[in-house]
Write a protein that binds this ligand. Structure first.
Ligand SMILES: Cc1ncc(C[n+]2csc(CCOP(=O)(O)OP(=O)(O)O)c2C)c(N)n1
Ligand SMILES: [Mg+2]
Length: 341
């Protein structure tokens, strides 16, 4: 079993750099050779309960080719524009969190331009999907997307973090069209999110609650209380992400407060768990679509990302967590940002 486990876990693991991804939809352990991954988990559960094994493999990702060429091009173009807006906002404000915003841009773009049910002309539509930026310091990414979608004028982005502006450093729920929850105190968003998901169930509504957490954020104890709650109430209308960039304010997350093996922790708390490349639109979309099919549990998608993605001197560099670029750096960053093929 130990040998088989090592072999199968190798298939599931992704590189910390975020570059290489292993994704399969079959299990090749000696118990379940070639069987569907959901059946694998059911087959392994009695062994887990009996203490013979200590964890169940992360639910394998099906990389279904769900996006066609045009959809790919569209999402890449949007992500490019959003990254440019992020840099402009933080540069003009001379303040803001650029690294985690650039890093999570592909996730937020995939949600707002492909996956979520929402209507910018009716921000309070009761049946809209909710999005909660639990890593609330990364407002540049959500403000850029909301403005581009038409929730408020793009011109407002020029007033980011200015006194009197509705675009404050952290999301403010009654103040900004399209913002579904005030966040900024790490841990708060996911707790609010599971509560909103339970409310949706009690009201027999069919919308989803999407939540974006940071990996440093989930060191907060409050996050694990929310995890217990999501499991207790079988909140299959929650689809959450951890932006797994391995960085937080003070350095590498595994040095500050180790989280790995992270997928096993969420599995142990009763969440269906996936690991994906958070810059790969096919994986983001197909994983969310797959999560929607499976009932009875909340979903946590551990999305491997590169903090500062798109600007070489910001990538994987902790000093760009919350530092604005100066003029020379801004110009270099804008020049460097390219629309990837
Ligand atoms: C309760 C709380 N403690 C501390 C902070 C200050 N803080 C803001 S961002 C941050 C680090 C977050 O790291 P991570 O969640 O990994 O975000 P990302 O890497 O995606 O930027 C900290 C400690 C906070 N906002 N809330
Ligand atoms: Mg982080």
């Amino acid at each position: 079993m130990a040998l088989a486990w090592r072999a199968s876990s190798k298939i599931w693991r992704q590189s910390p750099a975020g570059g290489r991804t292993y994704s399969i939809d079959r299990c090749f352990c000696c118990f379940c050779f070639g069987r569907d991954s959901q059946n694998v988990k059911e087959a392994l559960r009695p062994l887990l309960l009996a203490g013979i094994i200590h964890s169940i493999p992360t639910h394998a990702v099906k990389t279904l080719p769900m996006l066609d060429r045009e959809e790919h091009r569209f999402l890449r173009q949007k992500a490019f524009e959003i990254r440019k807006s992020i840099l402009e906002m933080v540069y003009k404000a001379r303040s803001g969190h650029v690294g985690g915003s650039l890093g999570s841009a592909d996730l937020v773009v995939a949600l707002y331009y492909y996956l979520m049910r929402h209507n910018p002309s009716e921000p309070e539509w009761p049946d809209r999907d909710r999005f909660i930026l639990s890593k609330g310091h990364c407002t540049p990414v959500i403000y850029a997307v909301l403005a581009d979608c038409g929730y408020f004028p793009r011109e407002d982005l020029n007033h980011f973090r200015r006194p009197g502006s509705h675009l404050q450093g952290h999301p403010y729920e009654p103040g900004t069209p399209g913002i579904d929850a005030s966040t900024g105190a790490l841990g708060l968003g996911i707790s609010t999110g599971v509560g909103m998901a339970l409310a949706a169930k009690l009201q027999s509504r069919s919308h989803y609650v999407y939540i974006l957490c940071g990996d440093g954020e989930i060191q907060e104890g409050q996050v694990w209380e929310a995890a217990l709650f999501g499991n207790k109430y079988h909140l299959d209308n929650v689809i959450a992400f951890v932006d797994r960039n391995y960085l937080q304010t003070d350095g590498n997350s595994e040095q500050v407060m180790p989280l790995d093996p992270l997928a096993s922790k969420w599995e142990a708390f009763g969440w269906r768990t996936y690991e994906i490349d958070g810059h790969n639109f096919d994986q983001i979309v197909s994983t969310v679509e797959q999560a929607k099919q499976l009932k009875g549990k909340p979903t946590m998608i551990i999305a491997r990302t590169i903090k500062g993605k798109g600007v070489s001197f910001m990538e994987n560099e902790v000093s760009w967590h919350g530092t604005p670029p100066n003029q020379e750096q801004f110009e270099r960053a804008m020049k460097e940002l390219t629309l990837a093929d």
